[in-house]
Ligand binder design. Structure first.
Ligand code: ITT
Length: 185
């Protein structure tokens, strides 16, 4: 029998999906993967990027979908890389970020989840504060080896409990509470 999913996570990034699936399973939601290479609009707002991405994903998938747009914001660099985090990761990577960050190491990871079922997308936001580590630690994906969340001494890549505290966890928690209420109405 084919497994049925409550909704789909549309993304080109399987790491984001794996974490989202684990997080939403705690809310008893079964998340499917819809592999999708979004055409990201140029915008300074990850809310705007997520809105557009969710509409495109819904019209490709034709089932209720969520998409996520994230950004690593470093105040001492004017919020860079922010909405350009994906491009910056592919170009200068973690080594490039470490070269740019000097004494002021504060950073924030922002997440926006956009839910779309063909109507106006519904948005959820989460932010976690932290610092950029002095060197890369741990081997996980993306910016995980250089981001230390507030209150911890280890990077996301070194933490066993990332999925219980991350920017993704904060946003998906808000989404899951809303979704469960809205499907019961
Ligand atoms: P989509 O297809 O879903 O858009 P993406 O990888 O382009 O996938 P984003 O634009 O949302 O995703 O992410 C911006 C960048 O931030 C990208 O390089 C991600 O790898 C990175 N990133 C997002 N969440 C992360 C996390 O939890 N840990 C490490 N890096 C993360």
């Amino acid at each position: 029998m084919r497994k049925s999913f409550d909704l789909y996570f549309a993304s080109s990034n399987k790491n984001k999906y794996s974490e989202a699936k684990e997080i939403l399973s705690k809310f008893k939601l079964n998340l499917g993967f819809f592999e999708f290479a979004p055409v990201e609009i140029q915008s300074n707002s990850i809310l705007e990027i997520a809105t557009k991405k969710s509409l495109d994903a819904y019209w490709s998938c034709k089932k209720p979908v969520i998409v996520e747009d994230d950004g690593l914001f470093i105040p001492a660099l004017g919020g860079f890389p922010g909405p350009y985090s994906s491009y910056v990761f592919k170009t200068i990577g973690n080594a490039g970020i470490l070269n740019l960050v000097k004494s002021k190491r504060n950073a924030e990871f922002h997440s926006v989840i956009a839910y779309c079922d063909g109507k106006k997308p519904v948005l959820f936001q989460g932010v976690i504060k932290g610092v950029i580590s002095k060197k890369q630690k741990g081997n996980d994906w993306g910016y995980d080896p250089i981001f230390i969340p507030k209150g911890k001494t280890k990077t996301y890549a070194e933490l066993d409990d990332k999925n219980t505290l991350s920017h993704r966890y904060i946003t998906l928690g808000k989404f899951a509470r809303w979704y469960k209420k809205s499907i019961n109405n």
